[in-house]
Design a protein around this ligand. Sequence first.
Ligand code: PRP
Length: 179
Amino acid sequence: MMSHARGLALERFRWIGGHADVWQIFRDPGALAAVVRGLAGPFRDDGVTAVCGIESRGFLLGAAVAVELGVGFVAVRKGEGIFPGEKVTRRSDPDYRGTRQELRLQRAAVGPGDRVMLVDDWIETGSQASAVRSMVEECGGQWAGCSVVVDQTTSARRADLAVRSIVTAAELPAWDGQS
Ligand SMILES: O=P(O)(O)OC[C@H]1O[C@H](OP(=O)(O)OP(=O)(O)O)[C@H](O)[C@@H]1O
C-alpha cells in the first residue's frame, strides 16, 4: 500500500533539468507534515540524538524532522556562509552537478555519544551525504543513516549510507527530457 507521504510527495513532485524538484511539496501544508513524519518514521526508535541538514533544503526539512523526533539540529554549511567557532570541513566528491562542495559543520555540535542522522530532500550521487558522514565520524559521532524524500542513488551508496526514502527512483514519473 502506498504511504500517505509517498502519495502526496508524488502528486507534487516535479523534474527540473532531470533532477528532483521538491519545492512544491513544501508549499502544501498537508504534504509537508506528512513528508516530515515520513522522514522521521524509520529513525523514530533508533536512538538518534541529532539531525543533520545540509544548506539549504536540508535545513528546512532537517529542522522539522528534529522537532518531530524531539532532538536537536546540526547545520552543515556550504561555501563561505558565516559559521563561528571551530569547524570540521570536507571537500565532497563531485555531486550531481559535477561540483565539489566545500562543506562545514561546527565541531562542538557533534561528539562521542551522539548518534546522528542526515535529512535531505533527495540524494543522487550521495557525495554530499558521504562527506557529512565523514565529518560526523571525525567529531566522534555515530552515523545512524540518511532519510530523504527522493532516492535516486545507486544501490551501493544506498547500502553504504543506510539511506531510507519516501519515494524511490523507480516510483518517479518519467522525465520528458526537457522540464
Ligand atoms: O547526492 P548528491 O549528488 O550529493 O546531491 C544531493 C544534494 O544536492 C541537493 O542540494 P543542492 O546542492 O542542490 O543545494 P540546495 O538544497 O541549496 O538546492 C540536495 O538537497 C542534496 O543536498
